[in-house]
Design a protein around this ligand. Sequence first.
Ligand SMILES: [Zn+2]
Length: 449
Amino acid sequence: MIEFLPLGGAGEIGANCYYLNLDGIGVILDCGMHPQKTGLHSLPKFDLLEDRPTDYVLISHAHQDHLNALPFLIKKFPHLKIITTPQTRAVAELTLHNAISILKRQVKKNEFEVYSRDEVDLLIKSINYKPINEKFILNSKEEIEAEFYDAGHIIGSAGILIHYRNKKIFYTGDINLSAQTILSGANLPTGKIDLLITETTYGATDSSRLNVWQKEVERFASSINKVINKGGSVLIPVFALGKLQEMLATIWLQMQRNNITKVDIYTGGIGNKINRIYDYNRFVVKRNEKDLVLHDVPHKDLKTLPDFEELFKFPSIVLASSGMMIESTNSFMLAKQFLQKKDFAIFTVGYMDPSTPGSIIANAKKGDKIQLTERDRKTEIKCEIRNFRFSAHSKREELLSIINTLKSDNIVLVHGDLEAIDWMGASILKNYPQKKVFAAGLGKAIMFD
Ligand SMILES: [Zn+2]
């Protein structure tokens, strides 16, 4: 009997964490923190594990919503064996350290103890790492093996295949079948999968709104030039892990081909350290543009500016995190200034959670009056706003093609809002009425033979 129990990331893109009980062996898939919540509410429901066996944690990739609750889980269950790819381990070392100061600011006293730098160092040392496409034994007595498959989402990202006796379980993590500028797209396991746990991020998004990457690069380049040639600067909010590297590579390659005018590029924060992990691994992971070294791309750190006013004196391109312009981050503070400047522009390049300032900006246009947070005044937008879709996730038709390829009779839908899960569920059943489709529910166990 296999028990599947969502501890988070059910019916939303939140604290992704899923538990599998394989006849007494407990395997946890991912251990994320909810990006829009703080304190205890941002963690997966670890108390559901208290009476259940726990043995292994497998991490699909190092994004906050898949990784950052891991130190809290290990505090509760120090015996757990952690396994991920070498690149995810390298990124985790940077991002978990980086998260400490942010957490300390957010968490109220006594709510829970934030982990220390020493604890992160110990945790990282204890992480076992296995390369992509190398089967490894989890538990030989119970015949449990696992294997990582390139998920094409960010550096080190993996889908997780678990072999349990004669059954195969595949968890997609965040998966992208199509190529980006650097990453070249996911690989899937061959043969029939018995239980598929799949993400559904773009299940509610009409794919005609998601342009082919290369076409989007052309539209992006010419739109940047229009702003620069009028003397303006462009603000591009990005996630420090994944989107920054893809956008920096895209902009630099387009500058070299004279499709974007050469102006200063600004980046900042932890993203520049993550660039090095992309660089060091460029011949190790499956990717495009292996000769492109991000560290060598001429770009300046926002930290070196005496103040942001400098950005308004000369045309420039600013890649600032956070990707969803969450309050008090660089991109949020810059956006407030950019919104007031005629001839300047904000270009969004990725998914925006509906509750974020990023979503308010992405859904507005010049002349609209918007209010970013409860604390902000309603102000009129003077800059230009354009939205680009450089997706690191599969389109919904691609998600359906995964189901077709893996021929799984049992499918659990995770990591998507309710509308996304509805579309996916209805579409699967329309094509394959005999399949069993489950929408993951927080704390609701699903049993499989
Ligand atoms: Zn992700």
